[in-house]
Design a protein around this ligand. Structure first.
Ligand code: MN
Length: 204
């Protein structure tokens, strides 16, 4: 865990992404409630990046097909390098030639609660243990994603890019409707095209 890999992959002279130097103090203070964000990322392959705040960084997974609210669909989620907390507000365009070049939208954002194997409220320690064991459960209270989800590690990938499955649990929020059709930024209400066109705002 840490930001070494994040920093090694990027040249901050070129990319408008956060450097990870700042250590923002976050609102809250409740041990159970932490932040999550999903960014839609139009890189060489369009994907959605799901990020959970754990011990001061954002644990991150790239989901090629995006998140689903349908318990019958299990989507591959590839764990990638930890990102700095301030990445949760990053929206803009990473210039060509840079790592992850392409437009990034804050597709959803909110609070998550870590849950144990019985889906009871857990703590940050619960999620840390789950990450080590390869199975985490959490409840999301976002603008688009709500309810209980799991990420379960499967075979495949490697040490730096392990493979997990995104699974929606049956609950009142489960749905067969395609949540990806909700396609505007929860931060700025912009579409991907509007973000891509807006060069002035891509540097934060
Ligand atoms: Mn990405």
């Amino acid at each position: 865990m840490g930001l070494k890999s994040y920093k090694q992959k990027r040249s901050f002279k070129q990319t408008p992404e956060p450097t990870g130097k700042k250590k923002p103090h976050l609102e809250g203070g409740k041990e159970e409630a932490h932040l999550f964000v999903i960014q839609k990322h139009d890189a060489s392959h369009l994907h959605y990046d799901f990020r959970l705040e754990v011990e001061g960084v954002l644990k991150s997974w790239a989901i090629p097909k995006g998140p689903s609210m349908n318990p019958a669909e299990k989507h591959l989620a590839i764990m990638v390098e930890d990102h700095p907390l301030e990445y949760r507000d990053f929206e803009g365009t990473i210039p060509e030639g840079s790592y992850g070049a392409g437009t990034v939208m804050v597709w959803d954002q909110g609070i998550y609660y870590s849950l144990d194997d019985q889906y009871q409220l857990g703590t940050e320690k619960t999620i840390k243990e789950g990450l080590r064991k390869g199975k985490i459960h959490f409840a999301l209270a976002g603008k688009k994603l709500k309810g209980i989800f799991s990420l379960v590690k499967i075979k495949g990938g490697d040490e730096n890019k392990s493979h997990w499955l995104w699974i929606k649990k049956e609950d009142d929020f489960a749905s067969t409707q395609d949540v990806l059709k909700k396609d505007k930024s929860v931060l700025t209400q912009r579409t991907m095209n509007q973000i891509a066109m807006d060069k002035s705002l891509s540097k934060k």
